[in-house]
Design a protein around this ligand. Structure first.
Ligand code: DQA
Length: 145
């Protein structure tokens, strides 16, 4: 199977961005680990980080044409704002897991609402970069069934 990992705005700054909230690993560290896990399981992983909403939307549109089986997405701040990104995921009808590094529920109230949680297969929040690893484990299981 092919799994696509999408990272939203500002996640390119991981490692230096509020490390007390988001940890000290960089996005490259996380992507490399996910790619290795996926390869070891005999599957293929693609990833994209973008600060532009339209690039994430276009990538999701392309995912359907490419036959991507599963999406793991950290929409970052777009979690709380983007009907357009939600609609893109609904349009392509590819199952996805929503992940967050921080526990959005113990932060500001504007982070408590997500435009994605009610249409996701599941959500994982607050476990740092392990949120991605656990999502990948679930995605691989999902893809194999
Ligand atoms: C985040 C949480 C969001 O509220 C925030 O805007 C982010 C990162 C997380 O992974 O914890 O940029 O999605």
């Amino acid at each position: 199977a092919t799994i696509l990992v999408l990272h939203g705005p500002n996640l390119n700054l991981l490692g230096t961005r509020e490390p007390e909230v988001y940890g000290s690993e960089t996005l490259d560290d996380i992507n490399a680990r996910l790619s290795n896990t996926c390869l070891d399981a005999g599957h293929h992983l693609m990833h994209l980080q973008s600060n532009a909403e339209y690039e994430l939307i276009d990538r999701i549109h392309d995912a359907r044409r490419e036959g991507i089986n599963f999406i793991i997405i950290n929409p970052a701040a777009l979690t709380h704002t983007s009907v357009a990104l939600r609609d893109a995921l609904l349009a392509v009808d590819i199952p996805f897991i929503e992940v967050h590094l921080s526990n959005v529920h113990r932060r500001e109230s504007f982070r408590h609402h997500s435009y994605f949680s009610d249409i996701a297969v599941g959500t994982i929040t607050g476990l740092g970069s392990q949120s991605y690893d656990l999502a990948l484990q679930a995605a691989l299981q999902h893809a194999e069934n």
